[in-house]
Design a protein around this ligand. Structure first.
Ligand SMILES: Nc1ncnc2c1ncn2[C@@H]1O[C@H](COP(=O)(O)OP(=O)(O)OP(=O)(O)O)[C@@H](O)[C@H]1O
Ligand SMILES: [Zn+2]
Length: 838
C-alpha cells in the first residue's frame, strides 16, 4: 500500500500531529514529501502537506489503520522540498509552534489557496526531441505556447509525472497559476524577427505596396530583438492588423511568450565588476570562501564598522558560491530593501537575482519564487522570509545588519532568521555570514566569549569572528559631538534645535551639502495632557497614550489604529488648558520650515511611506538633491549611502533608553551608530551632532567614541548579574482574554506546572547566581502593555541557563493544559528567545 503522512492546515494544538492517507493509483507519481494535497477530514475537505511516505500506516484521521484516500495533489511540483519539511519540523520544536504554522510560513501566499495549475513551455524553449513520452497533441499544445491544465495532466498522463517534474525542476517547463486574476504565464504575442536577408527580401517583394508593413520590417532590421506585437505596432504607428499580416506571410514569427510580473521592470542596473579587495577585506573574505569551497557549514561574524566594505565581501563570496554551481541567499532588513541595495546585487549578478519583500504584490512574489524554484535565479535578496527560498544547493547565506529586530518574526511562528539560517546551512553544508557594525550582544559574545558557552546551551552554532575595524581607503569615521540639552535650556534656548545643530544646518545649506535628521517618533505630539487636572488621552481599547497627528487633526493609537478628533477641552474636567506635549517628526518638519526659511525637507516615516514605491521615491528625490534634509524615524538610519550627506543630527537620543526592555540601551547604541555612519562616507568629511539630556549615559558616550567594545563590556557585565541573554535565556508566555481573573488563574496553572517540573528534575530555581542548570518562572503579571485591542494581557517569563530543556517543558505544560486553555477561550502565545519585551 502506498501511504502519505499529512499535516493538515489547521493551526491548533489538537491537530498538530500527522494523519495517514492512502495514495490512489493516479496520484502516486505526483505525491512526494512536500506536496500540497487535499484530504478528507471528518466531513470536510482540508488542505495539507505531505511530511512523510511511510511503508506502514499508523494513524488515519478516524483512528486505526483504515485509511481514507487523498483527494487531490494541488501542484505538479511539490512547493516544499524534503529539506524544508525537515527544517519546519525543527522550527516547530525550536519555537513551540504547530508544524503547519512553520510550513505555511515558507510558502508564498499565492500558494495558500486552491488554484488551478498550468504547465507550459517557457519563452524560447521547444520540447526536447529525445522525449517522446507524451502524446503528440499535448506536446503540440505546449509548443504553441498554450498553458495546459494540471488537472488534465493528472487525469491523462499519470505515468508521465516523473518526466514532467524533472523538466519543471530544470526550468524546461514552467508551472503557474492565476494570482491577482492573471496567469503569470501571460501569453504576450511577441514578434521574432527573421534573418536580415529574409526581411530585406520581404521588403523587396512588397515594393511600393503596404508602406506600414515595410516600416515595421525596417524597424526590426534596425533592432533585431523580439518585441511584443503591440509595442511594434505602436513604434511604427500602425495597427495590430499590419503586424499580423507580416506573421501570416511568414516574414516574421509571432509566438506567445511568457512574461513574469517583474517588480523592477523597466529599471536598468548598471553592471559592476568585482573590486580589488583591500588587504583587510581579503583577510575577511578568504576564510569565508574556503568554507564555501569545502562545504563547511561555518558561521562567520563579519564585524565591520560602517563603510568598511562589507557589501563588497558579500558580493565576492556570492560569486564564489555561483562559480561552484551553488546558490546564495542574502537577507537585508525590510527597510533597507530600497533600489540602492537591490542595485548593488542586480548590478553584479543581473538576471540571476530574485528579490523578495513585503512590498511586492502577491503575484510578483509568486513569480520571483518560481524563478528560484525553476532554477532561473541563483541569488535571492530579500527580507526575513527569503530564508525559505526554495533553493536546492545553497552555498552561502548572508545576513546583513544581523542585529536588526526585523529578523525576528513577531507572530507565530516566532522564528529568528539567524537561527534558521544556521540550521539550513547545516543541512546544505553552506557558509553563513552575519554582517554588522554593531553585532547583537548574543552573536558577539558567542564569537568572542566562548567561556560563557554553558549559558547558551541549545545554541548549535559558534561564529568565527572576522573584524573589519576601518573604513575603506582609510576614510575617517565621522566626528561625533554631544549637546547637553539641559545646558541649552539654562542658556535660554528652548528651541528644538541646539545652537550647534542650528549652526551645522546653516553651514550645510550654505555649502549645498545634505543633512540627515533622526527622530524616532512619528506624528506631531506624542501625548496630550490637561494642565488643569492631569488627564492624559489614551486609547479606549489599549493602555497606550494617543499621538496627535497634524493634517488629519486627530489623536491616534499606534497599536490598533483607533483615531478620535482632537479635543477642544479636557474630556475629564472641561478645562480649555488641554495641551500637546512631546515631539514627533511632523513637529520637527514644521520647526525646520519656521527656523530655516526655504529649506527643503523630505519626511520619511510610517505615515509618508504607506504607498507602494514611496520609499524609493523619497530616496531618489533626496539623491537627486531635490531636498536639503532627509528627516525621519529609524528608516533614515539604515544602509543609505549618499555622497553629499555631511551632517547627521539626532534630536532626542535618549528617547528610547528608558523603555522597560533590557535591550533598550543596546538598540539605542545600534541605532545611533548606524545613523552616524551615514555621514561622510565619500570624499567629504562627516559630522554628527547628538542632542541628549544624558550625555553621561555610557551608551551615548560610547556612540561618541565609536566604541563598540566599551559599550559591550559594560552592558554584558550588567546582563550577567541579572541573568539576561546571552548569560541566560528567556521564554515569555503571554495570555490574553477579556477578563483579568481568568488570566490570573490560567497563568498560575502554567507557572506552577513549570515550577513543579523544575523541582522534580532537581533544577535550581534561581538563575542570577551560581553556575550550572537553573530555571525560574516569573509571574503571572500584567504585560508591559496590559491591554491591547480590548483584551487584557498577562505574562509568565521563564528565565533559565545551562542544560535545561525549558522549551520542551513549556511545550509539555501547554499540551497538558490544552483542554483547560481551550475551554477558557484565552489565547496563549509562546515566544522563545523574545526580542521585544514590550
Ligand atoms: N575594495 C574596495 N575598493 C574601493 N572601494 C571600495 C572597496 N570596497 C568597498 N568600497 C566602497 O566603499 C564604500 C563603503 O562600502 P560598503 O557600502 O560596502 O560598506 P558597508 O560596510 O557595507 O557599509 P554600511 O554597513 O555602512 O552600509 C562604498 O562606496 C564601496 O563602493
Ligand atoms: Zn489602541
Amino acid at each position: 500500500m502506498s501511504v502519505a503522512r499529512v499535516i493538515v492546515d489547521v493551526p491548533s494544538r489538537d491537530t498538530d500531529r500527522p494523519f495517514d492517507y492512502s495514495i490512489p493509483e493516479r496520484l502516486r507519481g505526483w505525491t512526494e514529501v512536500g506536496s500540497r494535497v487535499a484530504v478528507p477530514f471528518g466531513n470536510r475537505t482540508l488542505q495539507g502537506i505531505v511530511v512523510g511516505l511511510p511503508d506502514e500506516p499508523e494513524a488515519g484521521p478516524a483512528g486505526g489503520r483504515r485509511l481514507k484516500e487523498l483527494i487531490d495533489v494541488l501542484d505538479a511540483l511539490p512547493p516544499l522540498s524534503a529539506e524544508l519539511v525537515e527544517l519546519g519540523e525543527w522550527m516547530s520544536r525550536r519555537w513551540v509552534c504547530p508544524l503547519t504554522v512553520a510550513l505555511q510560513a515558507m510558502l508564498p501566499s499565492a500558494l495558500k489557496g486552491k488554484a488551478e495549475k498550468y504547465i507550459s513551455l517557457p519563452h524560447g524553449r521547444t520540447w526536447p526531441s529525445e522525449l517522446l513520452l507524451v502524446d503528440a497533441g499535448f506536446r503540440a499544445l505546449l509548443e504553441r505556447g498554450a498553458p495546459v491544465k494540471l488537472s488534465y495532466l493528472l487525469e491523462h498522463y499519470p505515468q508521465e509525472a516523473d518526466t514532467i517534474k524533472r523538466m519543471l525542476r530544470s526550468g524546461e517547463l514552467t508551472e503557474s497559476q492565476k494570482v491577482e486574476d492573471r496567469l503569470s504565464v501571460r501569453t504576450v504575442l511577441t514578434v521574432f524577427p527573421r534573418s536580415e536577408e529574409a526581411m530585406r527580401a520581404a521588403i523587396a517583394e512588397l515594393g511600393k505596396r503596404a508602406p506600414k508593413q515595410r516600416e515595421a520590417l525596417e524597424f526590426l532590421i534596425a533592432r533585431p530583438e523580439p518585441i511584443p506585437q503591440q509595442q511594434l505596432a505602436e513604434a511604427v504607428k500602425t495597427t495590430i492588423g499590419t503586424v499580423k499580416a507580416l506573421g501570416d506571410k511568414g516574414w516574421v514569427d509571432i509566438r506567445p511568450v511568457e512574461e513574469d510580473r517583474d517588480p523592477y521592470a523597466g529599471r536598468s542596473f548598471a553592471p559592476t565588476k568585482p573590486m580589488e579587495l583591500t588587504p583587510a577585506q581579503r583577510s575577511a573574505y578568504e576564510p569565508i570562501a574556503a568554507a564555501i569551497r569545502e562545504e563547511r557549514s561555518e558561521v562567520f561574524l563579519l564585524h565591520g564598522v560602517t563603510g568598511s566594505g562589507k557589501t563588497e565581501i558579500y558580493l565576492q563570496a556570492i560569486q564564489t558560491s555561483l562559480t561552484l554551481g551553488k546558490e546564495a541567499i542574502v537577507l537585508v532588513p525590510e527597510i533597507a530593501l530600497t533600489p540602492q541595495m537591490v542595485e548593488r546585487f542586480k548590478g553584479r549578478f543581473g538576471e540571476r537575482v530574485a528579490v523578495m519583500h513585503s512590498r511586492l504584490s502577491n503575484g510578483e512574489r509568486y513569480d520571483e519564487w518560481r524563478k528560484i524554484r525553476e532554477g532561473r535565479a541563483q541569488v535571492v535578496v530579500g527580507a526575513r522570509s527569503a530564508i525559505f527560498a526554495p533553493f536546492a544547493r545553497i552555498g552561502l547565506i548572508v545576513i546583513d545588519e544581523e542585529h536588526e529586530t526585523t529578523y525576528k518574526q513577531e507572530e507565530s511562528p516566532k522564528y529568528h532568521a539567524r537561527d534558521v539560517a544556521a540550521e539550513r546551512a547545516r543541512l546544505h553544508g553552506a557558509a553563513v555570514v552575519l554582517g554588522s557594525a554593531t553585532p547583537s550582544l548574543e552573536t558577539y559574545s558567542a564569537a568572542v566569549l566562548p567561556g560563557d558557552r554553558d549559558a547558551a546551551a541549545g545554541r548549535s552554532w559558534t561564529p568565527v569572528y572576522v573584524p573589519l575595524p576601518e573604513r575603506v581607503a582609510a576614510r575617517p569615521l565621522p566626528k561625533v559631538s554631544l549637546v547637553d540639552m539641559r545646558e541649552e535650556l539654562r542658556l535660554g534656548n528652548r528651541a528644538m534645535f541646539s545652537r550647534a545643530l542650528s549652526q551645522g544646518i546653516e553651514d550645510r545649506l550654505g555649502r549645498q551639502e545634505q543633512i540627515v535628521l533622526l527622530l524616532n517618533r512619528r506624528g506631531y505630539s506624542t501625548f496630550v495632557m490637561c494642565r488643569s487636572c492631569g488627564y492624559t488621552a489614551s486609547c479606549p481599547h489599549c493602555d497606550i497614550a494617543l499621538t496627535y497627528h497634524r493634517g488629519s487633526n486627530n489623536l491616534r493609537c499606534h497599536y490598533c489604529g483607533y483615531a478620535e478628533r482632537e479635543p477642544e477641552a479636557c474630556p475629564s474636567c472641561q478645562s480649555p488648558h488641554i495641551r500637546f506635549f512631546g515631539t514627533g517628526t511632523q513637529k520637527v518638519e514644521e520647526a525646520l520650515a519656521n527656523t530655516f526659511p526655504g529649506i527643503r525637507v523630505i519626511r520619511m516615516d510610517v505615515d509618508t511611506t504607506t504607498e507602494k514605491g514611496s520609499h524609493e521615491k523619497w530616496l531618489s528625490q533626496f539623491r537627486d538633491r531635490k531636498a536639503d534634509v532627509l528627516l525621519g524615524t529609524q528608516m533614515v538610519a539604515k544602509g543609505l549611502d549618499f555622497p553629499l550627506v555631511t551632517l547627521v543630527g539626532v534630536l532626542a537620543a535618549d528617547s528610547a533608553l528608558k523603555l522597560p526592555d533590557f535591550r533598550s540601551p543596546e538598540r539605542t547604541f545600534q541605532l545611533l551608530t548606524q545613523v552616524a555612519g551615514r555621514a561622510g562616507r565619500h570624499e567629504l568629511p562627516g559630522e554628527v551632532i547628538i542632542q541628549t539630556y544624558e550625555p553621561e549615559h555610557p551608551c551615548i558616550a560610547a556612540v561618541q567614541g565609536h566604541d563598540y567594545a566599551a559599550f559591550t563590556e559594560q552592558e554584558l557585565r550588567h546582563r550577567r548579574v541579572l541573568g539576561y541573554p546571552p548569560f541566560g535565556r528567556l521564554i515569555t508566555i503571554t495570555l490574553s482574554h477579556e477578563q483579568v481573573p481568568l488570566l490570573h488563574t490560567l497563568g498560575e496553572s502554567i507557572a506552577s506546572k513549570l515550577r513543579a517540573r523544575a523541582a522534580s528534575e532537581g533544577v535550581r530555581q534561581t538563575v542570577a547566581s551560581g553556575t550550572g542548570a537553573s530555571l525560574e518562572v516569573l509571574g503571572p503579571v500584567p504585560s508591559p502593555i496590559p491591554r491591547l485591542k480590548d483584551r487584557y494581557r498577562y505574562q509568565c517569563m521563564v528565565k533559565y541557563r545551562g542544560e535545561v530543556d525549558a522549551v520542551g517543558w513549556t511545550a509539555d505544560a501547554l499540551r497538558e493544559l490544552a483542554e483547560t486553555i481551550k475551554r477558557s477561550g484565552a489565547t496563549v502565545g509562546v515566544d522563545v528567545d523574545p526580542q521585544m519585551m514590550l
